[in-house]
Design a binder for this molecule. Structure first.
Ligand code: IMP
Length: 421
């Protein structure tokens, strides 16, 4: 039995969908524990491309997909995902926690309103209502999956919550009236359609652990978007780090055997907020074009930069990462020189940690080590030793500096374009 956790070590979009899909072959359950449909996980199988937002990636391999209590669910988007997969011949085996919170229409309205109000100080959210939904969860004003299953319960909750939300919407000067009857009917209907999946997933997963099943926990976003350890306030609203996984599904931390950190061979970020190694030159554009760095969820161009080992080490430390999976190594091929950030300079001092203060982060000057580039290589290379020598040197430097072994290298989007070390 193993419980394996896969998380992103950077700002999300590290290629988790592909890695999770790869490790899913050994899993009985694939579990999402945080985030919502702000995530976009792409899986390429042959010529087929699947883009999933809240459904665990393992369902593509016919595994049981679990949406844990820590996830926030937009029922309309989830039902569409189920419908689309079913049309493509994959009837997802899904279990949804009875404690997961629901993204309501006013969450989406307020996400957009706050961002517009902030103007050039905005966070650059995905506008999916994620932040307002998590805020309501903590403020104890949330609506959960189990509430959708009983129309009377939902009715009482809406009576309590809607007038407050209407006041806030009015204060923003937005001309939208929250129609209680319509919301009640729509969400009770979603409840009926999702009823077959909603269950006590925490009990199911703890029973599975007792029965020695294999469980794969699929992180969304990345460490630098974690609400505590990321570039706050330019973060998402959930815990994207290893610690977030156990509270997001209801298992004890001792059950996790392996924590795999995904490291994209360079760095990207969507949305606002500092990115110390950002490249605003033609190399940045080259990485963006060659790496198809456009958001799966919002289609926004991703900002690109050199690999930042301060970020990766921060992530390894906070999450206790036991193995690394390096993705998109092929995108770096063809560059004559490649750099890795090893230290920061802040106010003329050299530092080797990620500062908390966002103004300090914005002032950071990265200190780089330069590497010789390598030529394009076959994307179906199967052995690490068959990679160009310069690429091997690049990888062993990452291992040496993080003190974490590399278990997997992805050299292209397809399932077969993978080297297991
Ligand atoms: P939110 O999660 O929609 O509130 O967005 C907050 C920040 O997290 C924004 O900068 C988003 O671009 C970023 N973000 C959210 N989800 C993802 C993701 O899956 N990949 C990369 N960035 C994300």
């Amino acid at each position: 039995m193993t419980v394996t956790l896969v998380i992103g070590t950077q700002w999300g979009d590290e290629g988790k969908g592909k890695v999770v899909d790869y490790f899913s072959k050994h899993a009985d359950y694939v579990v999402r524990f945080q985030g919502g449909n702000n995530a976009g996980h792409t899986i390429k199988v042959g010529e087929e491309i699947y883009k999933l937002h809240v459904t665990p990636s393992g369902v593509i391999q016919g595994k049981i997909g679990v949406i844990g209590n820590g996830v926030v669910i937009d029922p309309e988007s989830l039902l569409k995902e189920i419908e689309d997969l079913t049309k493509r011949g994959i009837k997802p085996k899904l279990l949804i926690s009875d404690r997961a919170h629901i993204i309501m229409p006013y969450h989406k309205i307020l996400d957009g309103a706050e961002e517009q109000y902030l103007g050039d100080k905005k966070i650059g959210t995905t506008k999916r209502g994620i932040g307002p939904c998590y805020s309501d969860k903590v403020a104890r004003n949330g609506i959960r999956t189990n509430d959708l299953l009983d129309k009377n319960t939902l009715d009482v909750l809406l009576d309590r919550i809607l007038p407050i939300k209407q006041k806030i919407i009015d204060a923003y000067g937005i001309d939208i009236h929250l129609n209680k009857k319509e919301i009640l009917e729509t969400f009770a209907n979603y409840g009926n359609r999702l009823r077959q999946y909603i269950t006590t997933t925490h009990i199911e997963l703890n029973t599975a652990i007792q029965k020695e099943k294999n469980i794969l926990l699929e992180g969304a976003q990345g460490t630098m978007l974690d609400v505590d350890f990321g570039t706050y306030p330019f973060t998402t609203s959930s815990h994207t780090i290893a610690g977030g996984s156990t509270i997001g599904i209801g298992i004890g931390p001792k059950h996790i055997n392996e924590i795999i950190g995904i490291v994209k061979a360079y760095t990207t970020r969507v949305g606002q907020g500092p990115l110390p190694t950002e490249l605003l030159d033609k190399t940045g554009t080259y990485l963006q074009q060659k790496g198809h760095e456009f958001g799966t969820t919002t289609n926004r161009p991703r900002r690109c930069g050199w690999l930042d080992l301060i970020v990766v080490n921060h992530s390894c430390m906070i999450s206790g990462i036991t193995k690394l999976a390096i993705t998109k190594l092929d995108v770096l091929s063809g560059l004559s020189k490649i750099k890795i950030c090893t230290h920061y300079q802040l106010d003329k001092k050299t530092i080797d940690y990620f500062p908390a203060n966002i103004d300090d982060v914005a002032k950071i000057i990265p200190v780089y080590k330069e590497f010789k580039g390598w030529k394009e290589f076959q994307s179906d290379t199967k052995q690490l030793t068959d990679l160009p020598k310069e690429a091997q040197i690049y990888l062993s430097f990452i291992e040496k500096e993080t003190k974490v072994p590399i278990a997997l290298i992805s050299t292209g989007p397809g399932r077969t374009e993978t080297i297991e070390v």
